[in-house]
Design a protein around this ligand. Structure first.
Ligand SMILES: C[S@@+](CC[C@H](N)C(=O)[O-])C[C@H]1O[C@@H](n2cnc3c(N)ncnc32)[C@H](O)[C@@H]1O
Length: 242
């Protein structure tokens, strides 16, 4: 891993601490069962239950979304993939970045989450957004995209088949950006207790929560990671080899 300075577009240092709470939703847990690795069946069950309250629960993440999307370096006309798009909270920023001539494809396992994303697309009359409902490990993907976003999708960055498929769908030079929670240092156990409680409803595994980016790192060039919010969040980015 290279931990280099990353342009801090939208990632105002004053907001980093606030973001600890953004991920640490203290609103409780929906009978979360944990596995050794991502469990799409459990994720689907979980998000059917969470969909109605999801956006309210993670509302504090909204301040991070435009800045993280800027790290994709998208240009008008680009096609971008939102991996695990959920209710479509990143869609406004992605649509703005690719413009009317561009395209956004969101993929999500959960019909309940995708229904909300679909409503958002209809409400905004975005004719250039496609939503695919299915497991990102197997569902049809666009042939070539110019960028891919993994936002709060720990189960997806910890799935080797998903990471490999998404990177393979990217053109050479495309940027891939991941943002999400991580364990703080092992000495920061009070913080990590909050991370555990906050993250638990939204993931089916804690595997890899110390370095969630490492499956992406092995596939990307010019890779960098920035740790935020006392080490409880990360922003990882890199480019697909040319
Ligand atoms: C915490 S939500 C994040 C949603 C969105 N990216 C956001 O920023 O709000 C995680 C999403 O990942 C989706 N997900 C989990 N496993 C998946 C899989 N194998 N394939 C596709 N989507 C998956 C869930 O259905 C859920 O909508």
């Amino acid at each position: 891993m290279t931990s280099t300075a990353v342009p801090s577009a939208g990632l105002d240092p004053a907001r980093r601490i606030v973001a600890t709470r953004a991920v640490v939703d203290l609103g409780g847990d929906v009978g979360a069962r944990m596995s050794d690795g991502p469990d799409p069946v459990e994720a689907s069950r979980r998000y059917a239950e969470l969909a109605a309250t999801y956006e309210r629960r993670v509302r504090l993440t909204s301040r991070w979304r435009p800045g993280v999307v800027r790290h994709l370096g998208l240009a008008p006309g680009d096609h971008v993939l939102d991996v695990g798009c959920g209710t479509g909270a990143n869609l406004p920023h992605l649509v703005a970045a690719v413009g009317a001539s561009g395209h956004v494809t969101g993929i999500d396992l959960s019909e309940a989450m995708a229904t909300r994303a679909r409503a958002r697309v209809a409400e905004n009359r975005w004719g250039n957004v496609d939503l695919v409902v299915g497991d990102a490990a197997t569902a049809p993907l666009p042939a070539t995209v110019d960028g891919a976003l993994f936002f709060l999708v720990h189960d997806l960055v910890r799935s080797r088949p998903v990471v490999d498929r998404i990177v393979d769908a990217c053109r050479p030079g495309a940027r891939v950006v991941a943002f999400g929670p991580k364990w703080a240092s092992r000495w920061a156990w009070p913080l990590n207790a909050l991370v555990r409680r906050g993250v638990r409803p939204y993931v089916t595994t804690f595997e890899g929560l110390d370095t969630p980016w490492d499956l992406l790192e092995r596939r990307l060039d010019q890779f960098s990671v920035r740790q935020l919010a006392l080490g409880t969040l990360y922003l990882a980015e890199g480019s697909v080899a040319s």
